[in-house]
Design a protein around this ligand. Structure first.
Ligand SMILES: CCCCCCCCCCCC(=O)SCCNC(=O)CCNC(=O)[C@H](O)C(C)(C)COP(=O)(O)OP(=O)(O)OC[C@H]1O[C@@H](n2cnc3c(N)ncnc32)[C@H](O)[C@@H]1OP(=O)(O)O
Length: 196
């Protein structure tokens, strides 16, 4: 069976166009929500991804595997690795396009074991958009930006209105996030593309 599931993106796409107010290459993206399992500081056993904007519609993230992330003894759990890629891809979509979007589909290709103590260097890139559909992909390299690829992923994010989060999520938590965002230039609501 081929590792590659088909052409990517699977449909004709527009080339990705970063939002005019997207953070510049080199910008440290920080934490988008303290309680996020992917990046939040309040989640002790979370992944604590740290991300920086790269050149050419990319975001570079680092994820260090701890004993809390094990599946087999001494090795990262595949589901948590998929989570790291969801976060890295979502960070590329949210920060570069500034469109509210959720993961519709996430495909992962586990190519090498990822031991506890190792760091994945993930490069996520915008591949294109087709209406509300946003296609992204990423490679995660072991222990160095030019290390061997251990995991690759492809994702489809679907742009949604902000009501997706207020309807299905926790309004109090959203208020808390909005308050935090008011203190953070990069995530101000007036800089988002909100019309799906
Ligand atoms: C600074 C900030 C940082 C922000 C940094 C953020 C980082 C965090 C990242 C974590 C992100 C997450 O985990 S998000 C959480 C996990 N995901 C979710 O909970 C999403 C749950 N699913 C849904 O709510 C829904 O299914 C939606 C919104 C995805 C789609 O529903 P919808 O709005 O009714 O739209 P729908 O017509 O179904 O789909 C729209 C188009 O997408 C296509 N489509 C939808 N799903 C799929 C699919 N799985 N595979 C193929 N295609 C699909 C449809 O065919 C359609 O194509 P066409 O007919 O138009 O051609």
């Amino acid at each position: 069976m081929s590792r590659v599931s088909g052409p990517w993106p699977p449909v004709d796409v527009e080339p990705p166009a970063a939002h005019p107010k997207a953070p510049a290459p080199g910008t440290d993206l920080g934490v988008h929500y303290d309680e996020c399992f992917g990046c939040g500081d309040d989640v002790e056993a979370g992944l604590h991804l740290r991300s920086t904007v790269g050149e050419g519609n990319t975001v570079h993230s680092k994820f260090t595997v701890t004993p809390a992330h094990q599946g087999a003894p001494g090795l990262a759990h595949g589901g948590l690795l998929a989570c790291a890629f969801d976060e890295a891809l979502g960070s590329a979509v949210g920060n570069l396009l500034r469109r509210p979007a959720v993961t519709g589909k996430l495909e992962t290709d586990f190519r090498r074991p990822v031991p506890v103590g190792s760091t994945l260097y993930i490069e996520a890139r915008l591949d294109g958009t087709a209406g509300r559909k946003i296609y992204v992909s990423a490679d995660g390299r072991l222990d160095a930006a030019d290390g061997p690829i251990a995991v690759s992923a492809r994702g489809l994010f679907v742009q949604v209105g902000f009501e997706h989060f207020s309807t299905h999520g926790d309004p109090q938590a959203l208020d808390k996030l909005a308050e935090a965002n008011r203190k953070n230039e990069r995530t101000r609501g007036d800089e988002w593309e909100i019309n799906p």
